[in-house]
Design a protein around this ligand. Structure first.
Ligand code: AMP
Length: 216
């Protein structure tokens, strides 16, 4: 299983990626997570990426594609992977295609999460992330059993600094200007399947499962 989850911020890509990787035992590759880890560790790429991330802008293609190709080379991707948050530009999609072609592992499917702006704003302003396992919760839609504590690993929950209203608006803008054209790009390659990102976690996962089980 080699799939890309495509959609605006707050579409539920990360949440569904977590459910998919648990069920199908494939690798979850999130460029956002890789970048946040690099920022936390104050590596050279992390320090370069930080100002773009804080503003809700895309990190330059070269920086992010280098990190991604390194991850692909150094991970066991034979059993499959779910790419979440990558590619975000046509240039990134082309680099991905070349890298996967070299590994003889072309993409099987791109799932596009069509999501309304209202849902995006509601989800992101209340989103909580676990510092330990990356689990995703929501203040009202999916609250943890114990306030501030992850149900899965007991880690501390936090709100991402780019999940504030002004940065969210810019991230949506950036998505519309730079990422949305990937819908047509993958449609022309006959790889695209559209689902509704407005659905709650469980009904959407049932739909995804039906799609995945027809293919894998
Ligand atoms: P995410 O966790 O996917 O919402 O990503 C958080 C931030 O990381 C984005 O707002 C970008 O600044 C940066 N980022 C993540 N993935 C990419 C990518 N593929 N290309 C450029 N920037 C990215």
């Amino acid at each position: 299983m080699r799939i890309v989850l495509l959609g605006p911020p707050g579409a539920g890509k990360g949440t569904q990626a977590n459910v998919i990787v648990n069920k199908y035992k494939v690798l979850h590759i999130s460029t956002g997570d890789i970048l946040r880890e690099a920022v936390k560790n104050e590596t050279a790429p992390g320090l370069r990426a930080k100002k773009f991330m804080d503003a809700g802008n895309l990190v330059p293609d070269q920086l992010v594609t280098e990190m991604l190709t390194e991850k692909l080379k150094n991970s066991n991707v034979k059993t499959g992977f779910v790419l979440d948050g990558f590619p975000r530009t046509v240039n990134q999609a082309e680099i991905l295609e070349t890298a996967l072609c070299e590994l003889s592992m072309p993409l099987d499917l791109v799932i596009y999460f069509a999501t309304s702006e209202q849902t995006i704003l509601k989800r992101l302003t209340g989103r909580l992330i676990c510092r330990g396992c990356g689990g995703i919760f929501h203040l009202t839609n999916m609250p943890p059993l114990k306030e501030g504590i992850c149900d899965f690993c007991g880690g501390e929950l936090y709100q991402r600094s780019d999940d504030c209203e002004q940065t969210i608006k810019n991230r949506i803008d950036v998505y519309n200007k730079q990422t949305k054209e990937l819908i047509g790009y993958y449609e022309r390659k006959n790889l695209l399947q559209k689902v509704s990102g407005d659905l709650d976690v469980e009904p959407l996962f049932i739909i995804l499962q039906n799609i995945l089980e027809k293919i894998f």
